[in-house]
Design a protein around this ligand. Structure first.
Ligand SMILES: Cc1cc2nc3c(=O)[nH]c(=O)nc-3n(C[C@H](O)[C@H](O)[C@H](O)COP(=O)(O)OP(=O)(O)OC[C@H]3O[C@@H](n4cnc5c(N)ncnc54)[C@H](O)[C@@H]3O)c2cc1C
Length: 159
């Protein structure tokens, strides 16, 4: 039962990651299926698969396990698909650091692998003059976080 479950999981991940040479060996000792691999990654969605890929590219033998019957059935396949800029995160946390670097790497990866994407930018709008200081704070935070291309746009709408 365990072996067939592992076989099924491994087969599906071999398909996904065939270009990264993730492989495993399954042996049976005294009727009990045993796994012996360098690394086990639990969770076959975007973070787990990225970690597994990186390990495999460095020559490690990796087994990816997931409680779901196949990969990418969870949050990663149903999110808003936005590549965040890193404007909102508190400057002295790891989030802006990872977000700004990850954003750069993700655009590069998409271009390199011809993955369709659009870099359309984002408008953050003050709906009244009382919200303008918030815009300045966000601008300051974004600059501190290393987000490039931030521009303040002024437009006075006539009634
Ligand atoms: C509504 C929503 C919108 C979002 N929009 C965006 C966005 O626009 N841009 C963005 O960058 N991020 C967005 N996010 C955040 C982003 O989707 C997550 O940070 C990301 O998907 C997390 O990936 P993950 O691989 O860590 O986790 P998950 O995608 O949750 O995958 C976890 C995996 O682990 C498996 N698993 C869990 N428990 C076990 C267990 N005990 N044993 C074995 N396997 C297990 C699950 O089956 C699953 O395959 C959004 C999140 C939500 C909820």
């Amino acid at each position: 039962m365990l072996k067939s479950t592992l076989d099924r999981i491994v087969r599906s991940h071999r398909n996904v990651t065939s270009s990264c040479s993730i492989s495993i060996s399954i042996s049976s000792i005294s009727g009990v299926p045993k796994e012996k691999v360098d690394c086990v990654v639990i969770g076959a969605d975007v973070v787990g698969l990225a970690v597994a890929r990186e390990l495999a590219l460095k020559g490690r033998e990796v087994l990816v396990l997931d409680s779901a019957p196949t990969f990418s059935t969870s949050t990663s396949s149903r999110n808003s698909e936005v590549i965040h800029a890193g404007i909102y995160y508190p400057t002295h946390s790891l989030k802006p650091k990872f977000c700004v670097r990850g954003r750069y790497l993700l655009y590069k990866y998409c271009s390199h692998h011809n993955i369709t994407h659009k870099q359309i930018g984002k408008l953050i709008v003050a709906t009244g003059s009382s919200e303008i200081p918030d815009l300045h704070n966000l601008m300051h935070c974004g600059i501190q976080n290393g987000v490039d291309g931030l521009v303040m746009i002024w437009r006075v709408q006539k009634p």
